[in-house]
Design a protein around this ligand. Structure first.
Ligand code: SF4
Length: 361
C-alpha cells in the first residue's frame, strides 16, 4: 500500500519525509563519505568501533548488483558470507536485508554494513544532521538508533543462517557532517535497548492475514477510490495515534485529526496514556476527575480526583481568581491546537534524550 498517496487521497497529505533539498544534501554527503572505496567511512569504523583491529587498508567492496529486492537480498547474504570467510575489512554499500514484519517480508536497505577482520558485522548509518562540537541532537540520534536497531535485527537473521554464526555488533556507527562542514564525524551508538524494544514489538504485531480477515467485505485502500470510501476503509483498521507517528508514518495527519475528534488521550503521548490506565478519552478523564464516573479505588482515578481537589482549593484561595471546572481548560475535540504537550517524545521532544552521542573522530 502506498501510504503517501493514500494520505493525499484522504485529504491529509503528510509532511513526513525529508525535503528535496535535505535529500540532495544528504545524498551528496553520503557520496563524499563513501568515495575512494569508502576509505573515510572505514577509517571512522576502525576508529569508533574497532580501534584494536588492523587499519582498514585495501578493504573489499563487493558488488551487490542483482535483479529485484529478492536478488539483492541473496547477493548481500552471499557477499557477507564471503567477506566473513576472507577475513579483513569489507564494506557493503547499500546492502539489501529482509525482515519478517507481521508475516510479510519487508526489504531494508541500510546505508552500509562493515565486516570487521574478526568476522563480526556492524551497521553504518549516514545522516545529514550535524555533529556540533562532538555532539548531535539527541532526538535525531534516537531516531537513527531505532532505525539502525531494525537493521541489526535483520542482519542477525542473515548471520543466524551461517555456521559458525558471525557476531552482529550492537554498537552501530553513526556518521554525520562535522560542525556544518563537509567533513565527516563518526560516533559509536549503542542500540541494545532499541533492538530489544523493536524485537518485542515485532513479536507482538498482529499478523497481516488476521488484519485482512477482520476487514469488512470490499474494503479497499486504492488511492483512486473516493475520500469517503477510503476513510471508511482506513477506519476499519484499529489504529492508536501517538505523537511519534508524526515522524514515522505518512498517515499521521489523518490519524491525528481522528484522534482529536474522538478526544483520544493517546495524542498527548504514550507516557500519559500509560498513566491514565483504562481512561481512553479526555471526556472519561474529566468525568473521573469530577467524581462522576470511575472506581475511586483505581490509583489513576484517585490521583485525578486529588489533583482536581487541589486545583479547586488553589483557585478558591488565590486572590482575584475564580474557580473554574477542569473542563473549561480542557482540550475540546475538533478545536485543539497542538501545544507543548502534544509532540513531547516526538520530534524535538524528549525522546532519545538518553541517546546523546559524542564524536570519536
Ligand atoms: S496510528 Fe500512527 S502508525 Fe498507525 S496508521 Fe495512524 S499514523 Fe500511521
Amino acid at each position: 500500500m502506498d501510504k503517501a498517496r493514500l494520505a493525499s487521497a484522504l485529504g491529509a497529505p503528510s509532511g513526513f519525509g525529508q525535503s528535496q533539498f535535505a535529500l540532495t544534501r544528504g545524498n551528496a554527503f553520503e557520496a563524499r563519505v563513501k568515495a575512494d572505496g569508502g576509505a573515510e567511512l572505514l577509517r571512522l569504523a576502525h576508529a569508533c568501533l574497532d580501534p584494536g583491529a588492523v587499519p582498514p587498508e585495501g578493504a573489499a567492496v563487493p558488488d551487490l548488483t542483482a535483479h529485484g529486492p529478492e536478488g539483492r537480498t541473496a547477493r548481500t547474504a552471499l557477499a557477507l558470507r564471503e567477506a566473513t570467510r576472507a577475513g579483513g575489512w569489507a564494506l557493503l554499500d547499500h546492502p539489501m536485508l529482509a525482515l519478517d514484519v507481521a508475516g510479510s517480508l519487508a526489504f531494508l536497505e541500510p546505508d552500509a554494513v562493515v565486516v570487521h577482520p574478526d568476522g563480526s558485522w556492524s551497521v553504518v548509518e549516514i545522516k545529514s544532521f550535524p555533529m556540533l562540537d562532538g555532539a548531535a541532537d539527541p532526538a535525531k540520534v534516537g531516531a537513527a538508533a531505532r532505525q539502525a536497531a531494525v537493521y541489526v535485527l535483520a542482519l542477525e537473521e542473515v548471520a543466524g543462517r551461517l555456521d559458525p554464526t558471525p557476531v552482529v555488533r550492537h554498537r552501530v556507527l553513526l556518521v554525520c557532517p562535522k560542525d556544518f562542514s563537509n567533513l565527516a564525524a563518526g560516533s559509536a551508538v549503542d542500540v541494545r535497548k532499541q533492538r530489544a524494544v523493536t524485537a518485542r514489538q515485532l513479536a507482538r504485531l498482529t499478523r497481516i492475514e488476521e488484519i485482512a480477515e477482520a476487514l469488512p467485505e470490499g474494503a479497499c485502500f486504492a488511492p483512486d477510490r473516493s475520500a469517503g470510501e477510503l476513510t471508511a476503509a482506513v477506519a476499519a483498521v484499529p489504529a492508536t495515534y501517538a505523537p511519534e507517528c508524526l515522524s514515522a508514518c505518512e498517515l499521521a495527519f489523518h490519524c491525528r485529526d481522528h484522534a482529536r475528534a474522538a478526544g483520544a488521550v493517546t495524542r498527548l503521548g504514550r507516557p500519559l496514556r500509560a498513566e491514565l490506565g483504562g481512561l481512553a478519552t479526555v471526556e472519561d478523564v474529566l468525568a473521573a476527575a469530577r467524581g462522576e464516573a470511575g472506581d475511586p479505588a483505581d490509583p489513576a482515578i484517585a490521583a485525578l480526583r486529588r489533583a482536581a481537589a487541589l486545583r479547586a482549593e488553589a483557585l478558591a484561595t488565590a486572590p482575584g481568581m475564580r474557580t473554574a471546572g477542569p473542563e473549561e481548560e480542557a482540550d475540546t475535540p475538533g478545536t485543539h491546537t497542538a501545544g507543548p504537550v502534544e509532540g513531547a517524545g516526538g520530534p524535538g521532544g524528549r525522546a532519545g534524550a538518553s541517546e546523546e552521542v559524542a564524536a570519536c573522530r
